[in-house]
Design a protein around this ligand. Sequence first.
Ligand code: CMP
Length: 152
Amino acid sequence: MERTLILLKPDCVQRRLVGRILSRFEDKGFNIAAMKLIQVTPEMAKVHYAEHVEKSFYPGLEAFITGGPVVALIIEGLEAIRVVREMLGATSGLKASPGTIRGDFSSSRQMNLVHASDGPEAAQREIGIYFKEEEIVPDTPTLTPWLRAADE
Ligand code: CMP
């Protein structure tokens, strides 16, 4: 089982797409281990996007990600990090394949609706930015035996 950090970005919230995009993850069979509506601060943005802070697009990215409420959640499931990234599609909505979230809903490189951790180290680091340990709710939904075999 893996956990990954997902942000439903301000464009997702403003466009009233939260329910539809959450449904994609629920439909796939992932568990929601934590979830909250937050306002990302410039300080949080700089920590989260540390690898991009020096890039030319960073000022616009910070203004965007702090520009409205964001839904932060932790998704849990088998190979969740890779599977969720594939569900999002390429960074730019113009390049993302049809059938992916960005391919279906976004036409932008910056306003690409959803962020998800790109590897195990990033997931651990990003979960720590947005959630305290006590905000994560351990749970095994009753449907789990109908979503995968016991030895998977
Ligand atoms: P995300 O997956 O959250 O990771 C970094 C974010 O920076 C990315 O989604 C986009 O929102 C944004 N981004 C990445 N590349 C560019 C770019 N070239 N121009 C503008 N925004 C970008």
